[in-house]
Design a protein around this ligand. Structure first.
Ligand SMILES: NC(=O)c1ccc[n+]([C@@H]2O[C@H](COP(=O)([O-])OP(=O)(O)OC[C@H]3O[C@@H](n4cnc5c(N)ncnc54)[C@H](O)[C@@H]3O)[C@@H](O)[C@H]2O)c1
Length: 277
């Protein structure tokens, strides 16, 4: 189903997915079912275990619950937290302290890998006519984007200083189909997202990866050299769904249309677009 080689039985990995009741977590739950020796699902929202699953309650603001969730795990896929723009207090609790708690617990428990879900909003103020790689300076387009830059930097610290293998995925947008014109550049299909995460879990040992979570879109804003290193080969293209798509209507439409982050750039915008080159 994933377009990956069939396995004779579950692979030996012991995987924890945090934020498992969310939009992306539900995709991974479905698509990674039965693939690993342990698939443990965690969320602040109660979960009921299905066949071949373990579940537990996790609050990223409570280190004791993280430590319990990580017991016996060798790879964490960290989705839990604040997934859209919010006030600083919310972002601080979930995406700053929550992510710090997660990495620290992973270090203490001897977890080998952390797959951290960042966002393209970490680099949203690059212009749409630029194609950027994974080595550009951050240009967050929101408080949320800044919180993702923090997670990426923390991942780098835990890779370099403590020897964790860390993969950061700057997700474009995971949806069944692209929903507006910008999505033709940033969309990743649910199948491709599962393929990418599976490669992050299963690829031979790496140190630190900065990946874009994107399908094989001809209009992509990004090159993805680290994806090649782990053998991620997207199978889907947003272009197959292009008919009838239009720019998402927002205030500051010109700002939305100019930058990769789209309406995240336009929200609260009071600057001079010509200075944001
Ligand atoms: N969906 C996308 O297209 C997209 C795009 C870019 C980045 N991302 C990132 O991917 C991850 C998942 O996104 P999503 O769309 O599934 O978000 P979501 O909001 O649907 O899911 C987030 C999950 O985190 C859980 N959660 C919230 N607070 C928590 C806490 N204190 N402790 C434990 N769990 C808590 C929620 O219950 C929920 O299940 C996020 O980190 C998000 O920033 C998603």
């Amino acid at each position: 189903m994933l377009g990956l080689p069939e396995t004779a039985g579950p692979l030996p990995h012991k995987v924890l997915v945090t934020g498992a009741t969310g939009r992306v977590g539900r995709v991974l739950r479905r698509k990674l079912a039965g693939r690993y020796q342990v698939l443990r699902l965690a969320d602040i929202v109660p979960l009921e275990a299905g066949p071949d699953e373990e579940v537990c309650r996790l609050d990223v603001t409570d280190p004791a619950t993280i430590a319990a969730a990580l017991e016996g795990i060798d790879c964490v896929v960290h989705l839990a937290g604040q997934a859209v723009e919010a006030d600083w207090t919310v972002l601080f609790d979930k995406n700053i302290m929550g992510v710090a708690n997660l990495f620290e617990a992973a270090r203490e428990k001897g977890v080998e890998r952390v797959v951290f879900t960042s966002s393209h909003h970490a680099v949203g103020f690059y212009r749409r006519d630029a194609v950027i790689g994974n080595d550009v300076a951050p240009r967050p387009d929101s408080r949320y984007g800044v919180s993702k830059v923090f997670g990426e930097a923390l991942g780098r610290l835990y890779a370099d200083k403590y020897g964790l293998a860390v993969a950061c995925i700057r997700i474009g947008v995971v949806r069944p189909r692209p929903e507006d014109l910008r999505h033709l550049s940033v969309w990743i299909s649910e199948d491709d997202f599962a393929r990418l995460v599976a490669r992050c879990i299963e690829a031979p040992r790496y140190h630190y990866l900065m990946l874009y979570g994107v399908s094989a879109n001809p209009r992509a804003f990004w090159t993805n050299p680290d994806a090649d290193k782990i053998g991620y080969v997207p199978q889907d293209s947003a272009e197959d769904h292009a008919a009838g798509l239009a720019e998402r209507p927002t205030g500051h439409g010109a700002v939305t249309a100019l930058f990769q982050g789209g309406y995240y750039c336009a929200a609260e915008f009071a600057g001079d677009p010509s200075q944001v080159d």
